[in-house]
Design a protein around this ligand. Structure first.
Ligand SMILES: Nc1ncnc2c1ncn2[C@@H]1O[C@H](COP(=O)(O)OP(=O)(O)O)[C@@H](O)[C@H]1O
Ligand SMILES: [Mg+2]
Length: 147
């Protein structure tokens, strides 16, 4: 028993950082490789500073630069844990689909996500990303309880 390739998703939120920390600690314990994934949706005018868009869009990562920044921040969190072999992967599209694709492409045997993301302040339910990942993942899934 053990994990060789861990995939974790982050939207740059504090709670996702807790999921990244958890994933990095697991990867370190198992001597596994870690891939930090951030998906973005190129939605014009839906940046975090926009005021006239619904929350669901407002909290999305909206461009490739923002995604790279957030994935890089995740890599830094993993480095704090003492994990050096960390890849980042950013792409445009649905976060859950991208996490599953990343697991398929990297021989991932574990996907780690947080229970909440950037929209959590207005939500009392499990985030849509962990919900979807849990239904379609080709491997084990850990939903880190982040509140
Ligand atoms: N754009 C994204 N790219 C990669 N992973 C993400 C992204 N957004 C969310 N996640 C993952 O899903 C978890 C839950 O977020 P989400 O489902 O978006 O909840 P919420 O609806 O509260 O924002 C996050 O902690 C993170 O692990
Ligand atoms: Mg979200």
């Amino acid at each position: 028993m053990g994990y060789r390739n861990v995939v974790v998703g982050t939207d740059g939120s504090e709670t996702a950082a807790a999921a990244v920390r958890h994933a990095a600690q697991l990867a370190k314990a198992f001597g596994a490789r870690l891939t930090v994934v951030t998906a973005y949706a190129q939605t014009a005018g839906a940046g975090a500073d926009a005021t006239d868009v619904p929350d669901e869009l407002r909290w999305m990562v909206t461009d490739v630069n923002g995604a790279e920044e957030r994935a890089g921040a995740g890599k830094a969190v993993a480095a704090e844990v003492g994990l050096d072999d960390v890849r980042t992967r950013v792409g445009k599209g649905d976060p859950a689909e991208m996490l599953i694709e990343a697991a398929e492409d990297t021989g991932g045997d574990l996907i780690v996500v947080g229970s909440k993301g950037m929209a959590s302040a207005s939500r009392f339910v499990l985030g849509s990303v962990p919900n979807k990942v849990s239904h379609h993942a080709p491997c084990d899934v850990i939903i880190v309880h982040t509140v």
